[in-house]
Design a protein around this ligand. Structure first.
Ligand code: SAH
Length: 199
């Protein structure tokens, strides 16, 4: 398997973890007012790390999964790198826009405000979008049938379980403001139709 691609993924992992830990420190400055996460939600947060960090880490440092390697043309690897950089940017930008309102769990913070600017102006879940982008890039970068699609597979249950619960929580907290916000935005893909309707 091409070494520079593996190396690139490792650097991306460090960059992604750095973004997360910096934001985690910042968000700890503000306390949670109410907690809405279930045990399944917490389990799924960790399960998703399995595909994004644990399996890739094993693949990067051991030959355990090498039997399942596939080989893509060089340009596809480069495309994967570009997609990965876009995903990292979106991860950073969504954290920056959400600021102190962010929490990895489903929580409403003290002085929680509804963010509708920055990337949140176009989509309601850019942070989860960043995970999808990362997952797509991983298929091109880690060319292995077990590790390549791992984030897409482990993130999907989290995403489909989390979204309805999170939107329900936001609706209860912000009422009409969130209903109006839904009318203007897509979940992870900007909605041209909604943009036209509300303009
Ligand atoms: N789903 C969003 C945020 C993920 S972090 C995204 O993908 O970008 C999860 C926390 O963010 C939730 O607990 C909720 O409290 C908070 N949150 C989600 N959307 C928000 C918004 N538009 N404004 C403020 N807080 C939000």
């Amino acid at each position: 398997m091409t070494l520079y691609l593996k190396f690139f993924y490792a650097i991306g992992l460090v960059a992604g973890s750095f973004i997360r830990s910096t934001m985690r420190k910042q968000s700890k400055q503000s306390k949670a007012e109410s907690k809405h996460e279930t045990k399944l939600d917490i389990f799924l947060v960790f399960f998703q790390l399995f595909g994004m960090i644990i399996l890739p880490a094993i693949y990067l440092v051991t030959p355990l999964f090498n039997f399942a390697d596939y080989k893509l043309p060089v340009w596809m690897g480069l495309l994967g790198m570009a997609i990965f950089i876009a995903g990292l940017w979106l991860l950073w930008k969504s954290h920056a826009d959400l600021g102190k309102n962010w929490s990895p769990e489903l929580r409403i913070r003290e002085e929680h405000s509804l963010v509708t600017n920055g990337v949140y102006r176009y989509i309601r879940h850019p942070m989860y979008g960043a995970h999808w982008v990362w997952g797509i890039a991983q298929v091109f970068i880690l060319q292995n049938w077990i590790v390549g699609p791992a984030t897409l597979i482990t993130f999907a249950p989290f995403y489909f379980y989390r979204i309805p619960h999170e939107e329900q929580m936001m609706l209860e907290q912000f009422g009409e403001s969130y209903t109006n916000y839904i009318k203007k935005t897509g979940r992870v893909i900007p909605s041209l139709l909604k943009a036209i309707k509300t303009s």
